[in-house]
Design a protein around this ligand. Structure first.
Ligand SMILES: Cc1cc2nc3c(=O)[nH]c(=O)nc-3n(C[C@H](O)[C@H](O)[C@H](O)COP(=O)(O)O)c2cc1C
Length: 172
């Protein structure tokens, strides 16, 4: 080993694509993430890494809650762009997008979604530009059959890019 960081090695880490949503008072927001993983089973806990500059970060910190929508492989690029390349500071991302509420009132996107989970923040870890939120799942629902969207599909089939705020972004 030379001690060098080879971006190609990091690109081999596989993951799915999700929308993480949260709310503050009567305002709702959400963003695309590729960083969701289940980190415990009893009780079920999930983790996600959110950029400190994102509006979603602000809402999760304030409400102590977040929800996850598991996206389908058939999700169009336009929909991913709305949640992954625009900020809720500029547009209402929920406008004309199907959604419902969890038991703790978290907004959950149901369009292009196979399953939804709502989680209560149990802990958080500072990771330089991002915060990893660890949440205990308080409710979850399977909505429809389908193949979950993967990060590999997003790159290879949809020819998608990673914005600078994504934890996988590396300077070219
Ligand atoms: C494919 C993809 C993966 C992304 N993964 C993450 C992620 O894991 N964490 C993160 O903070 N941002 C990630 N982003 C970037 C956010 O979705 C983006 O910065 C969003 O505009 C933030 O919106 P907000 O300011 O309304 O919260 C990703 C974007 C894309 C397109």
């Amino acid at each position: 080993m030379s001690g060098k960081i080879d971006p190609e090695a990091l690109r081999n880490l596989s993951s799915g694509l999700y929308i993480v949503t949260s709310h503050f008072k009567n305002k709702t927001n959400g963003q695309i993430v590729n960083t969701v993983m289940q980190v415990a089973g009893d009780p079920p806990c999930v983790a996600t890494s959110i950029n400190k500059k994102n509006l979603t970060h602000d809402y999760i910190t304030k409400s102590g809650m977040f929800a996850i929508s598991v996206l389908a492989e058939s999700t169009p690029m336009k929909f991913i762009g709305r949640f992954g390349f625009r900020s809720g500071r500029d547009i209402d991302k929920f406008d004309q997008v199907s959604h419902k509420k969890g038991v703790y009132n978290s907004p959950m996107i149901t369009e292009h979604t196979l399953a939804v989970l709502e989680a209560k923040v149990r802990d958080q870890v500072d990771v330089v530009t991002h915060t990893v939120f660890i949440g205990e799942v308080v409710c979850s629902e399977f909505l429809r059959e389908g193949r979950p969207l993967t990060y590999a599909w997003y790159h290879e089939e949809l020819k998608g890019k990673s914005p600078k705020t994504a934890p996988t972004y590396m300077k070219p």
